[in-house]
Design a binder for this molecule. Structure first.
Ligand code: ADP
Ligand code: 5GP
Length: 197
């Protein structure tokens, strides 16, 4: 296939690149569902975000996040290297633009796991994106999961629960809602959505 004037390979006219965005309140199980999906279906490409927060035990640089300091994050923003970014509970998070653009250009499905502000920014800049909301079975279960994870101080948990109220109220903005009762079921449903045209 011929390269275009910028040297990039144009996507096949038969392929419809699809961007899927998964959002939902902190503690609902987004990372767990995405990790399960990745393990079962390594062919699904999941964007790795940059963040200024410190790694949790078990998190690896370049796999779960690119862990950067404030100065490095400032540079990513200044150089236009982020597709979107947002501040969440005291830290900044952003999606590197280039790898997402490359995958979509090649006609491959792309999955982003980002917060509500990021989902809104993606919707504004890429209206064809499919927005999926991951909801908890109940508020009590969300509190249980977030506190049970045991990775944040009670002050940070409180901040995240405050943000969760706003996030839950935004559910109608999304194209699909999946209730995270079973990680296996939700992963299967999410996989189907990433593949659907
Ligand atoms: P998020 O990425 O949305 O902040 P996590 O994936 O870290 O959430 O999950 C928060 C906690 O909830 C973790 O301890 C995880 O093991 C647990 N969890 C995730 N999904 C389920 C589920 N379907 N049932 C029970 N616990 C779950
Ligand atoms: P955590 O610190 O629990 O890993 O993530 C906190 C929040 O930041 C979650 O809602 C997660 O989806 C979101 N997040 C992770 N990466 C990005 C990103 O690149 N952009 C935006 N806007 N949010 C992100």
């Amino acid at each position: 296939m011929a390269a275009d004037s910028r040297g990039a390979t144009p996507p096949s006219p038969h392929v419809r690149p699809r961007l899927t965005v998964l959002s939902g309140p902190s503690g609902v199980g987004k990372s767990t569902v995405v990790a399960h999906l990745r393990a079962e279906h390594p062919e699904v490409w999941v964007s790795v975000s940059a963040t200024t927060r410190r790694p949790r035990p078990g998190e690896r640089d370049g796999v779960h996040y690119f862990f950067v300091d404030d100065g490095e994050f400032d540079k990513l923003v200044a150089n236009g290297e982020l597709l979107e970014w947002a501040e969440f509970a005291g830290h900044r998070y952003g999606t590197p633009r280039r790898p997402v653009a490359d995958r979509l250009q090649a006609g491959e499905p792309v999955l982003l796991e980002i917060d509500l502000q990021g989902a809104r920014l993606v919707r504004a800049s890429m209206p064809q994106a499919r927005l999926v909301f991951l909801a908890p079975p109940s508020w009590e279960e969300l509190v249980r999961r977030l506190t049970g994870r045991g990775t944040e101080s009670s002050e940070v948990v409180q901040r995240r629960l405050e943000a969760a109220r706003t996030e839950l109220a935004a559910e109608p903005e999304f194209d699909h809602t999946l209730v995270n009762t079973s990680v296996e079921d939700v992963s299967r449903e999410l996989l189907a959505l990433t593949r659907a045209v």
